[in-house]
Design a protein around this ligand. Structure first.
Ligand code: BGC
Length: 424
């Protein structure tokens, strides 16, 4: 329950909880599919969803995520389960200081080469890339621009597979570049098939946010398509949706990012930005007199706030969080503001997904729902996020007659990339 003073505070800063944008989202989707000016890129992937997975064929997977780089080998066993071996994980290159293109690809290649050396059967590589990339018909991908504040500017415009192969000991390898939401959709499909689902989507809410859906090829009029069946997965880049009301806090935060006018929605909902956004909210709350003088002093002295700090104060307000020294009354305001931030983020995430799922008449039913694989650290770890997201999504879709089954498959970006590399 939000107190009146906190509600007044939010209203005075144009912070909305229930903004409706289904219609605007649909028109941006349509413009994106046609290639007209749109904040939704709607990127074709040339990846279909109807192929069966070859068993016992090892594949290397690179998962270049918002925070971490993971590299491993995946093999699907007799039961169709993907076995993950030779796993390594480290910070994503370009998140700890600027890198040249050569350094960027070298950092990845030095993790891949030992796996190639140890298993000569490997012929393909799945490159899961959690950034906007134009996918080419040969399944290579050209980086359009960086999101999530990664710094490796020379890589923009380059073909990722081509550059990586130059650094590998096996230049004959077939590389499939795909977005993490696309991989997530594919990983969820195994579950959806068992449960006789009627459609598929992938949704990620981690450091960044994005959705992948399946579109029929006749809707994607901006490219001439090869033979990939009647439909293919589309990477929406929905974090860039811009037809939204920004609160004063959003505007202040966006001005401090590398690309203030881009990825407006992502900056309102995802893990990379929730901490800094909370900082903006608290700074304004201090200015507007929501706290006692002791709290004002302590809060003004705080430098950075991260999503984990927000999660810790929401999960256990009296221990192991940066706000423990505040008195109970001020702590209550902190938690109230934090919950409101998560509530709006969950709501906006649910609206964009609902919009993506109900743009066209759905063939889903109670028995044959759309399988949505929901992945990402923020949605599953941030206190209150998933519960609020799920209830909003279901209530929005109920009115539209769309039925969904939400699943969460471990290691989705890795497993889905292995599937894409083996089947496409
Ligand atoms: C990227 C998307 C990605 C999403 C989730 C966004 O910042 O632009 O390509 O799918 O984060 O990782």
């Amino acid at each position: 329950m939000i107190s009146d003073s906190v509600l007044d505070f939010f209203k005075s800063h144009n912070y909305l909880f229930e903004e409706q944008f289904l219609g605007a989202f649909h028109s941006e989707m349509e413009a994106g599919l046609k290639g007209d000016d749109s904040s939704l890129a709607m990127l074709p992937t040339y990846i279909g969803v109807d192929k069966s997975i070859p068993l016992h064929r090892p594949v290397v997977v690179i998962d270049a995520g918002g925070t971490n780089l993971r590299v491993c080998k995946v093999t699907f066993d007799d039961s169709g389960e993907g076995q993950i071996d030779s796993f390594s994980k480290e910070p994503m290159p370009g998140t700890r200081g600027e890198l040249s293109s050569s350094q960027f690809f070298e950092a990845i290649a030095c993790k891949v080469n030992p796996i190639l050396e140890e298993d000569s059967r490997i012929e393909t590589l799945g490159f899961c890339f959690s950034y906007p990339a134009e996918i080419l018909p040969n399944r290579d991908g050209r980086l359009l621009f960086w999101t999530k504040e990664v710094r490796a500017p020379q890589v923009v415009g380059q073909c990722l597979g081509e550059q990586l192969l130059k650094k590998l000991d096996r230049p004959d390898l077939r590389v499939t570049v795909l977005n993490d939401t696309v991989a997530t959709l594919l990983a969820g499909k195994a579950q959806g098939d068992v449960d006789r689902c009627s459609g598929y989507a992938g949704f990620i809410l981690g450091t960044g946010m994005n959705t992948a859906v399946v579109e029929s090829n006749d809707q994607i009029s901006k490219v001439s398509l090869g033979d990939v069946g009647g439909e293919q997965v589309v990477n929406m880049e929905s974090g860039n949706f811009s037809r939204l009301t920004q609160s004063d806090f959003d505007k202040k935060l966006h001005q401090k990012t590398g690309d203030p006018d881009a990825y407006i929605l992502e900056k309102m909902v995802s893990g990379a930005y929730l901490g800094p956004l909370f900082k903006e909210v608290l700074t304004s709350a201090v200015d507007d007199g929501l706290f006692g003088s002791d709290a004002c002093e302590k809060l003004s002295a705080m430098k950075d706030i991260r999503a984990v700090d927000l999660n810790s104060v929401l999960s256990h307000p009296f221990r192991e969080n940066p706000f423990v020294e505040l008195n109970e009354e001020d702590l209550d305001v902190i938690v109230c503001l934090g919950e409101a931030l998560v509530e709006r983020a969950a709501y906006l995430s649910a609206v964009q997904l609902a919009a993506a799922l109900c743009r066209r008449p759905s063939s889903s039913s109670r028995l044959h729902p759309i399988c949505v694989n929901v992945d990402g650290s923020t949605i599953h770890k941030m206190k209150g996020y998933y519960v609020a997201f799920e209830s909003q999504l279901k209530s929005l879709l109920k009115d539209k007659g769309v039925h969904v089954m939400l699943v969460h498959k471990e290691h989705s970006p890795i497993l889905g990339s292995a599937i894409a590399a083996l089947t496409n």
